[in-house]
Every structure is written in structure tokens, then in C-alpha cells.
Design a protein around this ligand. Structure first.
Ligand code: CAA
Length: 258
């Protein structure tokens, strides 16, 4: 995709890769960049060829957070009028699997962006943190909500209050990330995982993501009713016929996302 200033994006096979491309500022996120990331993601979400979206950063770090230069002069009214978080809300609407491949620093808004991913693969040595309190503010793009839902209130409060650096091992232990890999293998391992997902029937992955996301907010009974509707819906797909026929005929299924 062309015309972006702060990101690069490519599609290889069924995998789209979006790279944050402001490495000299450690991929600190200015508002235009966030707009570009979500615009690219939405485009890939609609492109039939793309089955998995990978989000990563160029240079030594995934992202050192929101661009402090850009926001230091803000006031409540300018923030309200700007409504910048409307762009962030759009991440929750992406239906395809998003895999974050992170390394170096994953701080503040960069951590919030990572938490918008469905699967997180981190290079060993990656450090996560919410340093916002040390700037006299707090996370505003979902950090207090998403971290608490993943790691629980106890650790979320400790990490958000102190801003301490969380190692990849600790993040893994608390369910914040999926996997740690050697730094030199970060993209290779991520693409391997992305390709594995790309071989699965896309509609199943889509409705599983939709149902799992509901589990985060819904009471069990309502969540199960919701799950059931998605289960029924998949029986309208060609991939359901293909998957079950392939099993009976003892062959590999060929899924088309229809
Ligand atoms: N905003 C703007 N510029 C940033 C930045 C940020 N968040 N993080 C790093 N940079 C810039 C630095 O200013 C520096 O630029 P110059 O070369 O022009 O001086 C360049 O990136 C490289 O950074 P450092 O020289 O500082 O690199 P380092 O390795 O010594 O330190 C670091 C790395 C510990 C990440 C340090 O840069 C740092 O502490 N950055 C700020 C981290 C932070 O507080 N992030 C949270 C921001 S608030 C937020 O995200 C969200 C919100 O919801 C309100």
C-alpha cells in the first residue's frame, strides 16, 4: 500500500505486514501514524487475499509510546475536539487475526497498541511498561482496561502505578504475551505462526475471535448464547462442508473463506 508517511506495509502470500517506520524516534506514535496504522489494517481486513495481519516496528524498538512532543501542549478542550481516540476504537473492529511481533521497548501508547493485537510474540529482552504516571498522566488508549483484563487487577495496578519495566518473561507468565523467541528469529517465527493461522478456515477464525472477545465482557450465559449463534452460522459456509468432507474422505481440506 502506498502513500503512508510513518508506516510501511506489504502483502506476501496471505500475510499482510504493517511496520511502524519512525525508527529514529523509536517508533513513537504521532496521531497521523496511528491513523495510518488503522487505515492499513482496515484495508487488509477487507482484502480477500489477506488472512492474517502482522504488526511490527522497524529499528531497535516496537514503540516508545505516544509522541510526547506532539501532546505536551494539549489541553482538555483540544483533546476533546481532536477526538484522537476514535481512531484507537477502530482497532477493536478488525475481524482478522492480528499478530504483534515486538522487540526492544514497548512503552505507553506502544504497549496499548501491542495490546490491540490478538497474539503477541516478543523477542527476548523486550521490555514493556506504562510510564505515563511519571509524565503526570495515565494511559488513555485502553491500557488500564486491556492490561487489567489480561493480567488481573493486582498486577495491573502495580505496573501502572510504578511504571516499572516488565520483562518478556514476566509478561508471558501473566498472560500478556503468547511467546518469547530469539531476537534474530522474531519475524521468521511470527510469519510461521501467521502462515499456520492462514491455513485455517478464515470464517472460523473470524467468528472465534468475535466470540472470545465477547467472553471478555459478557456474563457466561449470554456469552454462550452468542457463541451458539456463531457456531450455527458456520454451518452456512462452504468451508464447513469442505472441512467435514475432507475429514471423511481422508484428504487435506482446501479452505476459501466462503
Ligand atoms: N515521544 C517522542 N520522542 C521520543 C519518545 C516519545 N515517546 N521516545 C523516544 N523518543 C525520541 C527521543 O526523544 C530521541 O530523540 P532525539 O534523538 O531527537 O533526542 C529518540 O527517540 C531516541 O530516544 P533516546 O535517545 O531517549 O533513546 P534511549 O535508548 O536513551 O532511551 C527510552 C529509550 C527509555 C525509550 C526513552 O526514549 C524514553 O523514556 N522515552 C519515552 C517513553 C515514554 O514515556 N513513553 C510514554 C509516552 S506517553 C504515552 O504513550 C501515552 C498515553 O496514553 C498518554
Amino acid at each position: 500500500m502506498n502513500g503512508f508517511e510513518f508506516i510501511e506495509s506489504t502483502v506476501t502470500g496471505n500475510i499482510a505486514v504493517i511496520e511502524l517506520n519512525r525508527p529514529r524516534q523509536l517508533n513513537s506514535l504521532n496521531r497521523k501514524m496511528v491513523g495510518e496504522i488503522i487505515t492499513a489494517m482496515e484495508t487488509f481486513d477487507r482484502e480477500e487475499i489477506v488472512r492474517t495481519i502482522v504488526l511490527t516496528g522497524k529499528g531497535r524498538s516496537f514503540s516508545a509510546g505516544a509522541d510526547i512532543d506532539e501532546m505536551r501542549g494539549d489541553d482538555p478542550i483540544s483533546l476533546e475536539l481532536l477526538n484522537q481516540f476514535a481512531d484507537w476504537d477502530r482497532f477493536s473492529l478488525i475481524k482478522k487475526p492480528i499478530i504483534g511481533a515486538v522487540k526492544g521497548f514497548v512503552l505507553g501508547g506502544g504497549f496499548e497498541l501491542a495490546l490491540c493485537c490478538d497474539i503477541l510474540i516478543a523477542a527476548s529482552g523486550t521490555e514493556f511498561s506504562f510510564p505515563e504516571a511519571s509524565l503526570g498522566v495515565m494511559p488513555g488508549a485502553g491500557g488500564t482496561q486491556r492490561l487489567t483484563k489480561l493480567a488481573g487487577r493486582t498486577k495491573a495496578l502495580e505496573w501502572l502505578w510504578t511504571g516499572e519495566r516488565i520483562s518478556a518473561e514476566t509478561a508471558l507468565k501473566h498472560g500478556v504475551i503468547n511467546k518469547i523467541v530469539a531476537p534474530e528469529l522474531l519475524m521468521e517465527e511470527t510469519l510461521k505462526f501467521a502462515n499456520r493461522l492462514a491455513e485455517q478456515p478464515p470464517l472460523s477464525l473470524r467468528l472465534i475471535k468475535d466470540s472470545v472477545n465477547k467472553a471478555v465482557d459478557y456474563p457466561l450465559y449470554e456469552g454462550m448464547q452468542y457463541e451458539r449463534k456463531n457456531f450455527y452460522l458456520l454451518f452456512a459456509s462452504q468451508d464447513q462442508k469442505e472441512g467435514m468432507n475432507a475429514f471423511i474422505e481422508k484428504r487435506r481440506p482446501d479452505f476459501h473463506g466462503k
